[in-house]
Ligand binder design. Structure first.
Ligand code: BT5
Length: 277
C-alpha cells in the first residue's frame, strides 16, 4: 500500500513548528516504517531513553492492540505514536498510577481530537475512542516488568486521521472511522500530534498530582459505557451481561449483573465491553 496522493510527511520540523510541550516529544523519533511504535519505544526505554521520548511512524507492519490483536496501520494517513513515561509517584501510589494511565491517556486523546476537529469523541471503557459507535482510535499501554531503569510506561496511541471510509479493510469498514471520514476533509497530522502531546503532558502531571476521585469524575464525563447495557467478555473467557453502573476508584468498570442483588457490583479490571442497545 502506498501513501495517499495528498500525503504530507510528518517531519521533525513540521512537528517542532507547532509543538508547545515542555517535555513530551522534545526527543522525537519519526520512523518511515516499523513493526510497532510500542515495540520501538519499549526497546528505547530499556536502553534508558528519557521521560517524554516519543516514537512516531508513518506505517506499522505489525501494529498491535490489546491481547495480541492487530492495529490497521496504512502508510502516511494516520497517527501511530508511542510515548515513554517514567512516572515518579510515591511507592504506594504506583499501582494507582498504572491503572489510571491508559484511561486518562484515552481522555487526553479525545480532548486533543476535539480541540483540533471540533468533533466530540466519547470513550468506550477502557480505552477506545469512539465517534458515534465507530472506533476512531485506541490506546495500548505497556510497562516494564523489571525495574532495572525504574518504572516506565509506553503509552501507544493509534488514531485514524485521513483514512477514507472506503479504504478501511472489510472487517473494519462498519466499525472504524477517521477524522476525515467524519468531518469530510483531511487533517494536518503534525498539528494533531502536537495537540495530543500537549494533552498527554497535562495528563501525566495530573496523574502525579491528582486524586482518584478526580480521575473518576474526569473519565466518567467522557465515558459512553456508563449507564448502558453491556456485555463484557472477561479475561478468562466468561461473559456477563448487565448495566454499566459506574467507574471504580481504581478505574474498574462496575457492572450490575442481570439477576444479581442490587447491592452487588461486579468490578471488571480487564475485559472487552460490547455496548448493547
Ligand atoms: C486498541 O486495542 O484499541 C489499542 C490500539 C493501539 C494502537 C497503537 S498504534 C501506536 C502503538 N503501536 C502499536 O503497535 N500499538 C499502538 P484493542 O482494544 O485490542 O482493539 C483492537 C481492535 O480494534 C481490532 O481487533 C479491530 O477490531 C479494531 N481495529 C484494528 N485496527 C483499527 C483501526 N485502525 N481503527 C479502528 N479499529 C481498529
Amino acid at each position: 500500500m502506498s501513501p495517499p496522493t495528498d500525503f504530507q510527511a510528518l517531519t521533525p520540523e513540521s512537528v517542532r513548528a507547532v509543538l508547545r510541550t515542555r517535555k513530551l516529544g522534545q526527543t522525537l523519533h519519526i520512523l518511515e516504517e516499523t513493526p510497532s511504535t510500542n515495540t520501538a519505544a519499549l526497546a528505547l526505554a530499556q536502553k534508558g531513553a528519557e521521560d517524554g521520548t516519543v516514537v512516531v511512524a508513518e506505517r506499522q507492519t505489525a501494529g498491535r492492540g490489546r491481547l495480541g490483536r492487530r492495529w490497521f496501520s496504512p502508510p502516511g494517513e494516520n497517527l501511530y505514536c508511542s510515548v515513554i513515561l517514567r512516572p515518579t509517584p510515591a511507592p504506594d501510589r504506583i499501582a494507582e498510577w498504572l491503572s489510571w494511565a491508559p484511561l486518562l491517556s484515552a481522555v487526553a486523546t479525545a480532548r486533543a481530537v476535539q480541540a483540533v476537529s471540533g468533533l466530540h469523541p466519547l470513550l468506550k471503557w477502557p480505552n477506545d475512542i469512539l465517534v458515534g459507535h465507530r472506533k476512531l482510535g485506541g490506546v495500548l499501554c505497556e510497562s516494564n516488568g523489571s525495574h532495572a531503569h525504574g518504572t516506565f510506561v509506553v503509552v501507544g496511541i493509534g488514531l485514524n486521521v485521513n483514512t477514507k471510509r472506503e479504504n478501511f479493510p472489510d472487517d473494519l469498514r462498519e466499525i472504524a472511522t477517521s477524522l476525515a471520514a467524519e468531518a469530510g476533509h483531511s487533517f494536518d497530522r503534525a498539528a494533531l500530534l502536537a495537540a495530543l502531546l500537549a494533552e498527554l503532558e497535562a495528563t501525566a502531571e495530573s496523574l502525579l498530582m491528582g486524586k482518584p476521585t478526580t480521575f473518576v469524575h474526569v473519565y466518567t464525563a467522557l465515558c459512553s459505557t456508563v449507564g448502558r447495557r453491556v456485555r463484557v467478555n472477561l479475561a478468562g473467557g466468561e461473559s456477563v451481561e448487565g448495566w454499566a453502573d459506574s467507574i471504580g476508584m481504581d478505574g474498574s468498570l462496575r457492572i450490575k449483573k442481570d439477576g444479581a442483588n442490587t447491592e452487588t457490583m461486579l468490578e471488571v479490571r480487564a475485559g472487552d465491553v460490547i455496548h448493547l442497545r
